[in-house]
Design a protein around this ligand. Structure first.
Ligand code: ACO
Length: 430
């Protein structure tokens, strides 16, 4: 708590409220409005939480104007170059980079929780053959709470820790199984002699009849994408996990709620929407028309993969992905015409006053879909890939929330716009 305050005066009653400023270690301070209602009888109104900090958190820091993203203080550029997804997951959860021994123990534990119960497999088989894998993932992750009664006591730190490990370990297994079911291929069990991303790729693509020849570029690119998507402070899905967590719900239910929130095209669903949009545009020569349509508010069309609530300069993840996209396509010998459409779209939009004035830049999802496509990940799995990576962030926030003594049930207020008080009329008199 800082010793600075903000004085609010109600011009109607001349009553005042002196509100303290709350500062973190970096970033802008916030006004603690906790006693505003008591002093002046007012709530605050902030649809979409544009100006509202919902919690203290020591996990991830973003400076949207400068394009800075830090996980536990470490710049995303350094982690992308030097770390691995599993090490980043450890960092997000524990706050510090692991020693070799700590990392070995963590990797070992995650690796030995990768199996899913056989009856969970049957549960997946209950879905219709054309179910979207996000629907299957969401349902199957929620159902984990029915399998792991020994990690549902959220007052026990060891049970909480174990639930976090189980989620990081099992979400890729469930995700790959959902995909295999959707294409009517037999589910592959996790091969625990492989590391995290390679194991996932084997579960996705290996057939029982022959060994999978995997280009190491594919696993490396996937690991990088997972690092970049692992956390992003209080985004919509993480805030959902925290809101559900604030009720005392079990960790599997909380993460399933996060998956549901991620699915929307304004959030993680954008990576799937970007690829559909690029395919619809079809050719670089049609880009001008698409940009004009995105500027026309009556069209209901937005450039998917453009704009961000927090980044108003550039999204540092997009910069890394853009570079990686070229490298991966070159290394895999993929010549994707959609990349040409994407590059042209970026160029045209970045020069257009509409996008400049509104500070709309490509976000993390603008190029990630093109890489996923080059890695042969099907489009309907794109948001699932995001969910696998973001599970690390979700569980880190859920764990942090349960160590924070200030956590209370999240319960916003409203401005009521419905009918005023009126008397019930019997149906015969209406
Ligand atoms: N294309 C065209 N216009 C846009 C776009 C876009 N992609 N994004 C925002 N705008 C315009 C809005 O129409 C609005 O214009 P106005 O001021 O004339 O009314 C202005 O820019 C501000 O937009 P808001 O919707 O108020 O910004 P907000 O912060 O609420 O939304 C969001 C951010 C949801 C990301 C938005 O930019 C968007 O819909 N982008 C496309 C979807 C997308 O890529 N989502 C992924 C986000 S990253 C992630 O979740 C991983």
């Amino acid at each position: 708590m800082s010793d600075k305050t903000v004085l609010i005066t109600d011009s109607a009653s001349a009553k005042t409220s002196t509100l303290p400023l709350v500062s973190g270690n970096m970033g802008e301070p916030a006004v603690d409005i906790g006693k505003l209602h008591k002093d002046l009888g007012y709530f605050t109104f902030d649809p979409g939480f544009v100006s509202t900090a919902s919690t203290r958190s020591a996990i991830t820091f973003i400076d949207g104007d400068k394009g800075v993203l830090l996980y536990r203080g470490y710049p995303i550029e350094q982690l992308a170059k030097q770390s691995s997804f599993l090490e980043v997951a450890y960092l997000l959860i524990n706050g510090e980079l692991p020693t070799s021994a700590q990392f070995g123990a963590f990797e070992d534990e995650v690796t030995h929780h990768t199996m899913m119960q056989e009856s969970l497999k049957n549960f997946l088989h209950g879905f219709h053959y054309d179910a979207h894998p996000m629907a299957m993932l969401c349902g199957a992750v929620a159902s984990l709470s029915a399998f792991y009664h020994d990690t549902l006591d959220i007052s026990d730190p060891e049970q909480r820790r174990l639930a976090a490990i189980r989620l990081i370990a099992k979400v890729p297994t469930i995700a790959a199984a959902a995909y295999r079911y959707s294409i009517d291929w037999p589910i592959r069990y996790p091969r625990n002699n492989l590391e995290y991303c390679t194991r996932f790729l084997h579960m996705m693509f290996e057939v029982p009849s022959e060994p999978l020849q995997l280009n190491p570029v594919v696993a490396k690119a996937l690991d990088l994408l997972f690092i970049l998507h692992a956390d992003h402070e209080q985004n919509a899905s993480t805030s959902t996990v925290r809101l559900v967590g604030s009720t005392g719900a079990n960790p599997y239910a909380c993460v399933a709620a996060g998956i549901a929130a991620l699915w929307g095209p304004a959030h993680g669903g954008a990576n799937e929407a970007v690829l559909k949009m690029l395919a619809d545009i079809g050719d670089a020569k049609n880009v001008g028309k698409a940009v004009e349509k995105a500027k026309d508010k009556n069209s209901g069309f937005r450039l998917m993969g453009f704009g961000h609530r927090v980044y108003k300069n550039f999204d540092p993840r997009a910069t890394i992905i853009r570079e990686t996209c070229h490298q991966v396509l070159a290394a895999l010998g993929v010549n994707d015409p959609l990349l040409d459409v994407a590059l042209e779209l970026e160029q045209v939009a970045l020069k257009d006053p509409y996008f400049i004035e509104r500070k709309l830049y490509p976000n993390v999802d603008f190029y990630s879909g093109i890489i996923y496509k080059a890695l042969k990940i099907p489009t309907e799995m794109f948001t699932v890939m995001f969910a696998i990576a973001r599970t690390a962030g979700w569980v880190a926030h859920w764990l942090e929330q349960h160590q924070d003594k200030d956590t209370k049930i999240g319960r916003p207020r409203q401005i009521y716009t419905g009918a005023t008080t009126r008397d019930y009329t019997p149906i015969t008199k209406r």
